[in-house]
Structures are given as structure tokens and as C-alpha cells.
Design a binder for this molecule. Structure first.
Ligand SMILES: *Cc1c(COP(=O)(O)O)cnc(C)c1O
Length: 371
């Protein structure tokens, strides 16, 4: 069989050295004495946790967060000596999985706390866990009253050893939003219930709010992968992702010809179209129809007409000579057309662009521990 790079409709290049550089940049920016973990849930936001997490581990990261037990179990053998926290916590009867795979649960509710305490009692040992406090997002976590009840329960604390108290910010990408300071105040008050236990509040954007929000551990995900943490400032993060789609066919068109499903685009002048082997089944959202652009040799080429399941069409009339030819690549994501811009154009966010990146792409990794 041919090489995947020759037969795939697109090549996705993931720069592991850029991920590591981004982690180092965030770790260096943190308050003195505070440390930086890495969030690698959802397969490291679609980029491949089996490659991303070991690269970060080799760079000195020793604390990781995933969403599910299975994500944690898959990473365990790849991250010797590192802590792996599971954000969704234990579902009933899964407590043993945490011990079996050396995972630390984030306990999000009184029910998870009771179950974990019962499990620890049955094991006969005080068992470490993180406590999640809700400070204003109304998602996961204990209310202040529920946290007080835990702090006052000697029976619970005899079974559970809290090693981290964490909360999550709802509006960290909006620095002026009053909820940021309210959540910081609520977090500070609730943390005081657990003296001596380390705290963690800020994810990617929260780390840019200021040192007051840094607590003991940063918990960035998106910024590691190049997503802009502060929409109001130039992006300080290095580009991690490059996506190049392959041209299948180049065709001549005349003024008045229509393009794609629904005939939503009409050609203005005689010119050339390139049909590229990427579509919404690969995470190139249909909402990008006539709203995206690629680059070929630095020349911008507009995406015209609807995005189909496996195909998109670019107007390449502006390219010189034979630049656009079958087999050639058009850059669909890169420094000139970023994941954040694609998120905006598709009426979503860079996070969803990343987690939607297609399974059919030929994936290439640059850098990292093995080279
Ligand atoms: C996903 C997640 C993070 C990471 O958030 P980013 O914005 O990607 O940095 C941190 N903490 C929790 C609880 C999360 O769910």
C-alpha cells in the first residue's frame, strides 16, 4: 500500500516543540512558587495525548488533567512519575479504577465525596483526591455550604485526603468581567476551609488575569495548543498546528458558472477553481462555506461555495501559472489563517476547531522527546 502521506486528503502537522515552548512560557509567567500543570483531556484537544503528554513530561511537567477515567488509564503508562487528575471524578462503582491506574479523582459533588469516602474506608486507607468548588459557574463543584460541611466532617476527612482545592473561572477570557473578581473572592474564602491544601483556579485565560488568580497550580489546556488566551491582545503563544489540504482537481470556469451545493457562489470572471479533499467530515465546519481562505506560496485563495462532506473549493485564479495543480497542497490552517480565526469565521471558538480536527488526516509530529 502507498504511504499515508501520499493518499490522505490532508496533512496535519503538530509541532510538539511549540507545545513545550508554550508550557514553558506559561510556567515562567506564573507567580513565584506556583507551578504549571497541563490539561490533556479530549486527546490533548484533538492533537494526540499519546504524543503531547510525554513531550510535556520530558520537559518537566509532572501534573496532568484529563476528563475521563479511560483517558487517564491510557496515559498512565506513558507518564511515569506524573500525577494524573480526572476532572469528571468517579462515577459510582468506578472508584477502584482510580487506584488500579494510579489516577487522582476530582470530587465534584457531595455524592462523589460520599462514595469516595466509603471506598476509602472499605480499603482501610486515607485516599487522596482533589476537591472542586463551584465559585460562580454553576457547573461542577461544591457550593460554599457543601464545602463547609466537608471541612467540618472529621469522618469524611479521615477517609479523604484533599491534595488540591480547585475551581474554574467562567469569564477569564473577558478580563473586565466582574465575575472574575467575585470568583477569586469566593475561591479564597472556600480555600480557607482547607488550610495547608494547595489551590488551583486559573486555566489558560485565567493565567493572564494577574498573579492573584494563579494560586499554586495553573491548569492551562488551550493555550498550550496555540489558542489565543487573551482575545484583546496579540497572541503570545507559538503556533502548534498546520493543516494542508490536497488539490484533487483544477478546473477552468467562466463568468456566471455556479459553484457547489445550492449554487451559492457565482463566478464573476473567467478563472480557475481548485477542489480540495477536505470537508465537514474532517472538521472543516459547514459554517465556513464562502467564509474561509487558504494560502498557496503566501498567496491568499478564498474558499468559495458550500463546504461538502469531503470536499471544499477554492478560487485559485490569482495563483501564477501551474502553482495550483492536482496533488499540490493548500494551507488551510497556519500562521496566516489561525485556529482562532477559523473559530470566529465558523461562529465557534478555536477550542472546537481543535477538537474537531479530522481522523482522516495524515498526522505528522515535529520535535518532541524522540526527536
Ligand atoms: C478544560 C479545563 C481546563 C483547561 O481550560 P483551557 O481554557 O483550555 O486552558 C482547566 N480546568 C478545567 C476544570 C477544565 O474543564
Amino acid at each position: 500500500m502507498s504511504e499515508i502521506a501520499d493518499r490522505a486528503g490532508a496533512v496535519l502537522t503538530i509541532d510538539l516543540d511549540a507545545v513545550v515552548a508554550n508550557w514553558r512560557l506559561l510556567a515562567k509567567r506564573m507567580r513565584r512558587g506556583a507551578r504549571c500543570a497541563a490539561v490533556v483531556k479530549a486527546d490533548a484537544y484533538g492533537l494526540g495525548a499519546d504524543r503531547v503528554a510525554p513531550a510535556l513530561r520530558a520537559a518537566g511537567c509532572n501534573r496532568f488533567f484529563v476528563a475521563t477515567i479511560d483517558e487517564g488509564a491510557a496515559l498512565r503508562p506513558l507518564l511515569p512519575g506524573a500525577e494524573i487528575f480526572v476532572l469528571s471524578g468517579p462515577y459510582r462503582h468506578t472508584e477502584g479504577d482510580f487506584v488500579e491506574h494510579g489516577l487522582v479523582p476530582v470530587l465534584n459533588s457531595p455524592e462523589q465525596i460520599d462514595d469516595w469516602a466509603a471506598f476509602a474506608r472499605a480499603r482501610g486507607s486515607r485516599t487522596p483526591a482533589a476537591l472542586h468548588l463551584d465559585t460562580g459557574m454553576s457547573r461542577l463543584g461544591l457550593s460554599h455550604g457543601q464545602a463547609e460541611a466537608v471541612a467540618e466532617s472529621t469522618a469524611t476527612l479521615a477517609a479523604i485526603q484533599p491534595i488540591l482545592v480547585m475551581s474554574h473561572l467562567a469569564c477569564a477570557d473577558l478580563p473586565e468581567h466582574p465575575l472574575n473578581r467575585r470568583q477569586l473572592a469566593a475561591f479564597t474564602a472556600a480555600r480557607a476551609l482547607f488550610p495547608g491544601v494547595e489551590g488551583s483556579l486559573a486555566a489558560s485565560s485565567g493565567l493572564f488575569l494577574g498573579e492573584e488568580w494563579h494560586a499554586d497550580w495553573g491548569r492551562p489546556g488551550a493555550a498550550l495548543y496555540g489558542v489565543q488566551p487573551r482575545p484583546d491582545r496579540p497572541n503570545p503563544m507559538a503556533h502548534v498546528v498546520r493543516l494542508e489540504g490536497r488539490i484533487i482537481q483544477v478546473r477552468d470556469v467562466d463568468a456566471g458558472d455556479t459553484v457547489g451545493y445550492g449554487a451559492t457562489h457565482r463566478v464573476a470572471d473567467r478563472g480557475k477553481l481548485a477542489v480540495v479533499a477536505v470537508g465537514y467530515a474532517d472538521g472543516l465546519f459547514r459554517s465556513l462555506s464562502s467564509r474561509w481562505h487558504g494560502f498557496v506560496g503566501g498567496v491568499r485563495v478564498p474558499l468559495v461555495g458550500r463546504v461538502s462532506m469531503d470536499l471544499i473549493i477554492f478560487d485559485v485564479s490569482g495563483l501564477p501559472g501551474e502553482t495550483a495543480r492536482p496533488g499540490a497542497l493548500i494551507e488551510l490552517l497556519g500562521p496566516g489563517n489561525t485556529i482562532d480565526e477559523m473559530g470566529m469565521a465558523a461562529a465557534t471558538i478555536g477550542y472546537e476547531v481543535l477538537t474537531s480536527l479530522g481522523r482522516r488526516y495524515c498526522r505528522r509530529y515535529l520535535g518532541g522527546p524522540a526527536g
